[in-house]
Each structure stands twice: as C-alpha cells, then as structure tokens.
Ligand binder design. Sequence first.
Ligand SMILES: [Fe+2]
Ligand SMILES: [Fe+2]
Length: 249
Amino acid sequence: MTAVTRVLQVSDCHLAADPDARYRDQSADRNLAALTPAVRAFAPDWLVLSGDLSEDASPASYARLIDWAVQFGSQVAWLPGNHDDRSVMEPLFTAAGFEAGPLVEPVGPGEGWQLVLLDSARVDDPAGRLSPDRLAPLSGVDPARPLGVFVHHQPLPVGAAWIDKVPLREPQAFWAAVETAGGADFVAFGHVHQRFRARYRGTRCLAAPSTAANSYPRTSRFTPGETTPMARGYLLADDGRWKSGLVGG
Ligand SMILES: [Fe+2]
Ligand SMILES: [Fe+2]
C-alpha cells in the first residue's frame, strides 16, 4: 500500500508583539486561532511555515506562533519571509525542535519526497532574491525522486499589481536551478495573500493564502473580503503522486 505524507503549508500569519495589534484591520491572532479546527481535521504529519510568520519580528510573536504550532504534534519546518528576522526566529524555532532544512525528507534519508526550503528574504526589502548560495540546496537533490520547493516570494506574476510589485527578483536564476535539479513536481510559496495556482514551464505553482488577511485574487489593489484564514494542504504519496487543496475558511 502506498503511504501518504500529509503536509500543511501555513503562511503569512503576521503576528505582532502585541496580541491585540490589528493587521489589515483584522486580528492576526484570532484568525490564526480560527484555523485550529481545520488543522486538527487535516492531521498534518508536517507543518511548513512559509514566512511572514511575524509582522514585526518580535520574540513574543514567534513565541505565540510556536505555542500554536506545537499543539498539533506534527513535525514543523520553516523558512522566513520579508517581515521576519532569521536571527531572531532561528534560535527560538530551533529550541522548539522546528527544522529549517534546507532539505526535508518526510519518509527518511534517501527515500521518497524531497522538500527544499529556500530563504528568499532580505533585510529592508519587501521583494525577494535568491543569490547562488541561497539556491545551493537545489543542487543537492536527487533528480530521480519527487521534489517540492517551498519559498516565500512568488517566482512568477500572480496577476495582482499590488503584490507583483514585490516578487522574487531575477526569477530566471531560480527556474534555471530548478531545471538543473531535474525539475520540481511543485513550487509552493506564500507572500501573495490570495489563492493562486498555475503551471509555469511545466511546473505546478501554488500559493498558500494567509492566515491573517487575504485579498480577492488578481486585483490591482489589496481587496478585502476573501476567506480568511486559509492554509494549503499537500498529500504526497511515496510513489510520487500528489494532490493539493486549500484548508480552512
Ligand atoms: Fe505576508
Ligand atoms: Fe511577504
């Protein structure tokens, strides 16, 4: 029988030091808490926290996110977004047993799916960039095994001007590295605060919406009213088959 790994991508929580702070006129803490029953129902083997976990990179915000994430008993992997500060989150997340990868092998070393976590975040820049050293984890993958890539910034336009202004810069270097790695089964990102899926150069590209505040898709300005919170689930079968869908709302 084929075993399936259940992965839930949780993104753009935007928690602040003050739990009562407003994010886009909503409560980031309450919206994250509202996702809890859907996460329990999904029963993830792995949570992948894909950046903008904090709004202000405060230790208090990361501590509350850890408290929320550990309740599910899942293994947890993470990567930073443009609102995060890796130097603040890394010691806290490491102490909590969370993994930064950059290569996560849910089935075990040398077997099954490979999930690569790339750090596209830069200090004082809302856009992302992957320098050669940040792309290096892709050169270590086994091209014969299935591959999923997680990164905060979108490596292709999502059709929404307000967030396409601050994408992954120089995406051609990213796509070249993916191709050299033998291609990816999917590329998963956050940052865009909306539902999105497309195929680019033959690769499935999927966004996880935010747990804090989402826009209706493909609008020129952030347009509130979309379902919030949401996350994105992945079912990854050992034989390489997979499927993905939105969770929550
Ligand atoms: Fe965000
Ligand atoms: Fe972001």
